[in-house]
Design a binder for this molecule. Structure first.
Ligand code: ADP
Length: 444
């Protein structure tokens, strides 16, 4: 039966390679999140702290003042609009700023304030009057390096003598040049060159080593090994800090090998759930009929904001044109856009400038738009083999439990592909009802 299903799928042109959306890679997602996030992600979970030396009292801090930061840094923090430490910062900052310095491995989902935390640690340790590299910060891409550098510059805006340099592709000072910057941020390969081939950094003088986005880092070929080589050449007194948004076994193994006997801080990620989501399906023949079904829904209920997922760019484009013709204000998000353009589209939608966001899978992950009142699967999510992709379904529709609001999801499904829908029901052990537009009460 599996074979039959696949040929069906092929017939309706779901898997036209040229047209099908590329999966967004981890680093891109991470960057996109950074570009979009203007505020902290709040988590209702408790922070789990494993202290290397449990007898040493390290109290968590509720205010930045308690950290006894240099006044210029405090000024930078307040200038950025931070009032108090985030959950992860509350536990991590006392450890990172303690004397003697302590190593730390920390995990917490993106947007919870990790970058701000280690930037504060680097800025606090740096001796501004000494003009040579003192901190190394490894990041998985050029763009993410620049993002971190911007945080250093913002937070350190009142520390006039602290400088940042970037060890990234395209930036290659000549061998033996004098680098006056105290903080060097870059990707592992370029950083290795700066340290050894170009001899720009005297490793013996490095007092803080940061490895950011460890989960993204280990997914890039060669980066784990290169990071290990850099770390091995650092002096004993150097403080080691590692951050990751997730902690799968592979990340955990890498982290604890790189920094043995470290303090560990974990903040569990909020799990997505379908519990509060009313889910419906509407069987259709083709895309025109799907569009009519969608128009019907718009006709009977008030929709503040909607996200509509399509399988291909072509369908997404067609649908957006149809909806614009009908007077909707539509934002179209697809893989042809640059990361900055995608971030701008999502921001406009968040600000309510557009009421409908039509997208392919590019924005399905990592980006939560909690204010949408309805999610429509114009096409059900499929994996590369043409089978139903339940995980992506959960990411599209699911919400974190702390948002008590009820959600509404509608699946428009080709009649001959209803078995895909049954597979979702079975996987999540749920019942997806057939939409009956006469039962407004039920869907509204
Ligand atoms: P992460 O590195 O975990 O992804 P960031 O450090 O980039 O998180 O922080 C996410 C967002 O929250 C950023 O826009 C940052 O400026 C902001 N932020 C970080 N710490 C605080 C804080 N203590 N108070 C207010 N906003 C903060």
């Amino acid at each position: 039966r599996g074979g039959e299903l696949r040929s069906d799928v092929y017939d309706i042109n779901y898997y036209d390679d040229e047209d099908n959306e590329e999966e967004t890679d981890l680093a891109t997602n991470s960057l996109l999140n950074k570009l979009i996030r203007k505020s902290l992600v709040k988590s209702s979970y408790n922070v789990e702290v494993l202290q290397k030396d449990p007898t040493s009292p390290l109290y968590s801090v509720k205010s930045f003042e308690e950290l006894r930061l240099q006044p210029k840094l405090l000024q930078g923090i307040y200038q950025m609009g931070f009032n108090r430490p985030s959950k992860i910062q509350e536990k991590a900052l006392p450890m990172m700023l303690a004397d003697p310095p302590q190593d730390l491995i920390a995990q917490s989902q993106s947007g919870t304030g990790k970058t701000a935390a280690f930037v504060l640690a680097m800025l606090s340790r740096v001796k501004a009057d000494q003009t040579f590299p003192q901190c190394i910060c490894l990041s998985p891409t050029y763009e993410l390096s620049l993002q971190t550098g911007q945080v250093v510059e913002q937070m350190g805006q009142f520390c006039s003598n602290i400088k940042v340099a970037y060890a990234v592709r395209g930036n290659r000072p000549s061998k033996g040049s004098v680098i006056a910057a105290q903080i060097i941020i870059g990707t592992p390969g370029s950083m290795l060159d700066w340290c050894f081939k170009l001899q720009l950094i005297d490793m013996r003088k490095i007092s803080v080593f940061v490895l950011d986005e460890a989960d993204v880092m280990i997914s890039t070929q060669g980066y784990a090994d290169q990071s290990v080589r850099i770390k091995r050449n650092l002096p004993k007194f150097c403080q080691m800090l590692l951050f990751s948004a997730t902690f799968e076994d592979s990340v955990w193994l890498f982290a604890t090998r790189l920094i043995p006997d470290s303090n560990i801080i974990k903040l569990r990620k909020e799990e997505l759930t379908l519990d509060n989501i009313r889910q419906f399906f509407d069987p259709c023949e083709n895309k025109e009929q799907k569009y009519r079904a969608l128009s019907n829904i718009y006709g009977i209920i008030t929709i503040a904001q909607a996200i509509i997922f399509c399988q291909t760019r072509k369908i997404a484009k067609w649908l957006s044109q149809e909806m614009i013709k009908d007077g909707h204000r539509v934002a179209l998000l697809s893989g042809e856009l640059s990361i900055e353009q995608r971030a701008a589209v999502i921001q406009r939608f968040r600000d309510g400038k557009e009421k409908v966001l039509i997208t392919t899978n590019v924005c399905a992950r990592g980006i939560d738009v909690e204010q949408v009142s309805i999610v429509v699967n114009f096409d059900l999510p499929l994996n590369k083999d043409g089978d139903i992709d339940c995980e992506t379904y959960l990411h599209r529709i699911g919400r974190t439990g702390r948002f008590g609001k009820k959600g509404l999801a509608v699946n428009l499904v080709e009649k001959h592909s209803l078995n895909l829908l049954y597979a979702i029901e079975k996987h999540f052990n749920i019942k997806i009802k057939q939409l009956n537009t006469d039962d407004i009460d039920e869907i509204e």
